[in-house]
Design a protein around this ligand. Structure first.
Ligand code: TEU
Ligand code: CA
Length: 575
């Protein structure tokens, strides 16, 4: 891995040549998120596993992705599907063995691919031995691994957990209570305790020694609490306040993050991408600038559109204009100071095509347009499993079909707000995390070719139409379109512009049109997406040299304008 050489880029704001951001080994790559439980089941128990991932490495190589992020596969009761870890040094037997993991790292390496694990260290599982020891002796050493308080004094604060209810829960068998920002089976680790931090760094280094390329870092903003704990104004009838209110009062996370970086990642030139929703204004450079805590951070700006403090039942549909402004706003904020990781979906989100395209208008052309629009932004694109074939949200006919604890909590919130069960299900179903967690659709045989047994979560019945087997090699498929985007990113003639070129919005005011320039030192690309089902005319800023990518066959250039068909997406090389 070579990095650290100084890159020369055109400054976004001044258009001047500048000695700016350092180039890094990972920036010209494409990343792919695997949700192991739903990816491929090699032994028929209905649960995807590590040998299953190894079997599909050649498929991922065909797609062209380089960096693979695995959602957690550590030993876990799976209360939150592995985001509740009971042993950081073990692979959960349902996913495979440590030998499988070592083999995966080796097999990936031999194909020129890199493995990232998920680093979940804001909390562990209540089944972790640290927590068991804390329960056995709350006054002892391990009591201080968590946030404990005496029950007799009442709740220390009125913070609401992300999955509903108070963050406080009685510590079984004791007169104490403990804090959990997420589910009660996910007690928060006390980062103020240096021993906790040392244990975490030791584990990170242990994994990096195995040859991991780095980590995706879970929920990391939560490690710093606003202390001393206090109440904030209640924002719902439950008398509690949303966790982000507390986070906005928490100061000093940088000391932890810097220490973690220096004790671990930096020594290995590891790639890290932080899951950060709530950095404070002006903090972006500290997080992912040249000397940042992480290599990169996800751009979640598009994913916050339409959210409502009352709960996910009240969320609003996203419009094309909102989507465009969120993308451009993020790009302006980051400029060339750092490198975002871009995405349209992950395991916590509904399917991007169902969420960002208007209801009832989801089609192959629209799926490709959405793919092209985020892929060509400046940043490291992440593809979530199944996204590359255009997998869609699933219909839930009963809350019993929902496995996810977050959706179940949101359902209860909707009922509490007065919705009928049918309304509540329809409302929370749209944003349910289970939309992304249905089995990967490999082919049109029983259970989408995911398992020879019974899948742990029901497959989306549309697998008969949407599956890998159908799309591989079909030139007009969504899958082949993703391949063409990845090829362009890797193409030596264009890579510098696609990866490092500055980004400038074009015709920003034109409705349902998202267009932008990517400008390199000697080259200008123009990206245009017609974000609606109807055709629209677009003025061209100059002569077109080549149409590099087009999601439709037609190209209707007339003088200085082009007639863009509904959902048409193009990448043009300009004279
Ligand atoms: O998500 C963190 C996070 O902020 C989530 O609460 C997010 O807002 C929510 O999932 C939206 O429904 C991470 C993981 O990605 C998620 O899967 C875990 O459940 C969570 O941390 C706890 O580890
Ligand atoms: Ca299995």
């Amino acid at each position: 891995m070579s990095g650290g050489r100084r890159g020369s880029l055109v400054d976004n704001r001044t258009g001047q040549q500048e000695d700016t951001m350092k180039k890094q080994w990972w920036q010209n790559k494409t990343a792919y998120q695997i949700y192991p439980k739903s990816f491929y089941d090699s032994n028929g128990d209905g649960i995807g596993d590590l040998p299953g991932i190894i079997e599909k490495l050649d498929y991922l190589k065909y797609l062209g992705v380089d960096i693979l992020w695995l959602s957690p596969i550590y030993q876990s009761p799976l209360a939150d599907q592995g985001y509740d870890i009971s042993d950081y040094y073990q692979i959960d037997p349902r996913f495979g063995t440590m030998e499988d993991m070592d083999r995966l790292i080796k097999e990936a390496k031999s194909r020129g691919m890199y493995i990232l694990m998920d680093l979940v260290v804001n909390h562990c599982s209540d089944e972790h031995e640290w927590f068991k020891k804390a329960m056995a002796d709350p006054e002892g050493e391990y009591g201080n691994f968590f946030y404990l308080a005496d029950q007799k004094d009442g709740r220390p604060c009125n913070w609401r957990s992300y999955f509903g209810g108070s963050v406080w829960e009685p510590l079984p068998g004791t007169d104490k209570q403990y804090l959990h920002m997420f589910h009660k089976k996910q007690p928060d680790l006390n980062w103020e305790n240096p021993r906790v931090r040392r244990e975490i760094y030791k584990n990170i280094n242990w994994w990096l020694e195995k040859g991991l390329a780095g980590f995706r870092i879970d929920a990391i903003i939560n490690i710093k609490k606003a202390l001393p704990m206090q109440d904030y104004p209640a924002d719902r009838a439950d008398g509690l306040c949303a966790p982000d209110v507390m986070l906005s009062h928490a100061e000093g996370i940088g000391e932890f993050l810097k220490e973690m970086r220096d004790e671990t990642f930096r020594k290995y030139d590891a790639f890290t991408v932080g899951e950060v929703f709530n950095e404070k204004p002006g903090e972006l450079e500290q997080f992912i600038g040249d000397d940042g805590y992480f290599s990169s951070m996800f751009d979640f700006n598009e994913h916050l559109i339409g959210q409502d403090p009352r709960g996910s039942y009240a969320a609003k549909a996203v419009t094309a204009e909102q989507y465009k402004e969120a993308c451009f706003g993020a790009q302006e904020k980051i400029g060339d100071m750092g490198f975002y990781s871009t995405l349209i979906e992950n395991h916590d989100e509904p399917r991007g095509v169902s969420h960002f395209l208007p209801k009832g208008q989801v089609c192959e052309a629209g799926k490709k347009m959405l793919a092209g629009l985020y892929f060509m932004l400046r940043g490291l694109p992440f593809i979530y499993q199944g996204q590359e074939i255009g997998m869609e949200n699933v219909e839930f006919s009963s809350i019993d079909q929902v496995d996810d604890i977050s959706t179940r909590a949101e359902y209860q919130t909707a009922l509490d707000a007065g919705l009928s069960p049918e309304e509540a299900l329809a409302a929370v179903g749209e944003s349910s995390r289970d939309n992304a967690r249905t089995p990967m659709q490999w082919d049109d045989t029983l259970h989408a070719g995911f398992t020879a047994g019974q899948p742990w979560l029901k497959e989306n019945p549309n697998y008969v139409d949407i599956n890998v087997k159908d799309q591989m090699g079909r030139p007009d498929s969504v899958l082949e379109f993703y391949r063409s985007l990845i090829r362009l990113r890797k193409d030596e003639r264009y890579q510098d512009t696609v990866v490092y070129g500055s980004l400038q919005p074009y015709l920003r005011e034109q409705k349902n049109l998202m267009a932008y320039f990517r400008k390199g030192e000697t080259q200008t690309l123009l990206v245009i997406g017609n974000f609606q089902k109807d055709a629209q005319e677009v003025r061209l800023p100059g002569a077109v040299k080549h149409v590099l990518i087009n999601n439709l066959e037609s190209w209707k250039e007339e003088g200085s304008t082009v007639q863009m068909c509904g959902w048409q997406f193009v990448v043009l090389e300009m004279e």
